[in-house]
Write a protein that binds this ligand. Sequence first.
Ligand SMILES: NC(=O)c1ccc[n+]([C@@H]2O[C@H](COP(=O)([O-])OP(=O)(O)OC[C@H]3O[C@@H](n4cnc5c(N)ncnc54)[C@H](O)[C@@H]3O)[C@@H](O)[C@H]2O)c1
Ligand SMILES: O=c1ccn([C@@H]2O[C@H](COP(=O)(O)OP(=O)(O)O[C@H]3O[C@H](CO)[C@@H](O)[C@H](O)[C@H]3O)[C@@H](O)[C@H]2O)c(=O)[nH]1
Length: 480
Amino acid sequence: MVKICCIGAGYVGGPTMAIIALKCPSIEVAVVDISVSRITAWNSDQLPIYEPGLDDVVKQCRGKNLFFSTDVEKHVSEADIVFVSVNTPTKTRGLGAGKAADLTYWESAARMIADVSKSNKIVVEKSTVPVKTAEAIEKILTHNSKGIQFQILSNPEFLAEGTAIQDLLNPDRVLIGGRETPEGQKAIQALKDVYAQWVPEERILTANLWSAELSKLAANAFLAQRISSVNAMSALCEATGANVMQVSYAVGKDSRIGPKFLNSSVGFGGSCFQKDILNLVYICECNGLPEVAEYWKQVIKINDYQKNRFVNRVVASMFNTVSNKKIAVLGFAFKKDTGDTRETPAIDVCKGLLGDKARLSIYDPQVAEDQIQRDLTMDKFTWDHPIHLQPMSPTTVKQVSVVWDAYEATKDAHGVCILTEWDEFKTLDYKRVYDNMQKPAFVFDGRNVVDADKLREIGFIVYSIGKPLDPWLKDMPAVA
Ligand SMILES: NC(=O)c1ccc[n+]([C@@H]2O[C@H](COP(=O)([O-])OP(=O)(O)OC[C@H]3O[C@@H](n4cnc5c(N)ncnc54)[C@H](O)[C@@H]3O)[C@@H](O)[C@H]2O)c1
Ligand SMILES: O=c1ccn([C@@H]2O[C@H](COP(=O)(O)OP(=O)(O)O[C@H]3O[C@H](CO)[C@@H](O)[C@H](O)[C@H]3O)[C@@H](O)[C@H]2O)c(=O)[nH]1
């Protein structure tokens, strides 16, 4: 029986291995992690991450051919294929701080693999890593290998949170990069055989190691660039009376452009886009390509601009101050159908409003109070280090309350900011919300989920990203 071990039981390791176990009953899959609490949760009824459909898959396979364990060394030493899906956060200090990927966790995993291995292994990069990481990993493994053969493959993951199970079951493509030697090709074939259990052959792409590593960074940069492009247009739409939804619909109808990923928003979030683009920028700089680096940097700059612009709109509309005003924040996760808050635009918007002394009442159906308080007090980039290394600071932001109901959040509020596109925000009883708010009552829709005309009929003053401005907002320039 082929044995697979995955180091890192996070958003990628957990769901990816669960699907491999589901689709390959003859393979034994062990997911290991140094975080005891994470593994305990994977072995309980309350999984550590919220992902539609994940519970069912885990329940079907756990204890049969899917195991979660903290016994990292045992499972690594027994495995034929070792996936590494540990954190690759942005470096917070030293060379490349604020841009380069911190490979501390990857390196420690690689050294451990070399230490405990007693048989030949295929080591698979599942984490998103800088180009040429495989070379560094190869050096660590071969210098410590005691004669054991390791083949390194790059198999980047393209799943998006909230749709991870569907993405894994029906991927656009699976990409496998390896050495162009007979041994390298044999290793590629071994991994192909795993995916071929459910992924059509033509969607399993093979490449050289460096192309596979770079393709992952490039895909995220292209996706984020589309969002920054449409968000840049949203500012121009507001200035000219155009409607960004009509513009992106018309643009997306061009089959060369396509309709997906053109939704204007308060900004993109999530653990990957910013981190991976910063990493790409750093790699370009290191390779003497400052113009290319500058090009990609703009994607992040526009994203920051979009978040600032939103805060400025809120403050400017409410007579240039939100001091001591209650602002309801609906949605804190970085997108719907996840409880993940890593790099969510809600953090920057909330911090911006708190900077102007607002009182915030936050509601998100999947994010708990301690997570929100931690996010609002944590230093930049600390969030992406393993959970047990993160500060469990008891400090709370006093002006923030977290409630479990949208009506409670909006009661007596002066304004409502919609920051995540949860479906339930489309169908709220906005008449009830309006009746219980201070007047004038404002809605700032950072995700274009509400019907602005209907809300205006109720009496709200409405700001929708990239749409023709409410007469109230027209003479209120939102400049910092
Ligand atoms: N989250 C996504 O949607 C997504 C999608 C594609 C790729 N990625 C990439 O995949 C990688 C993992 O992302 P994630 O979101 O799953 O992160 P995560 O923080 O959810 O999980 C990483 C896990 O690795 C564990 N870990 C760290 N060092 C370890 C070690 N030495 N031994 C054992 N366990 C260790 C941590 O405790 C943590 O539980 C990153 O490189 C990320 O960029 C993420
Ligand atoms: O038209 C759009 C699409 C997305 N977003 C925002 O962009 C962010 C990222 O969304 P999404 O890409 O759907 O989720 P992620 O889980 O971050 O997935 C991205 O990052 C992963 C990690 O690398 C990759 O594997 C995925 O392919 C890539 O889509 C979220 O804040 C979304 O709200 C928009 O603002 N407008």
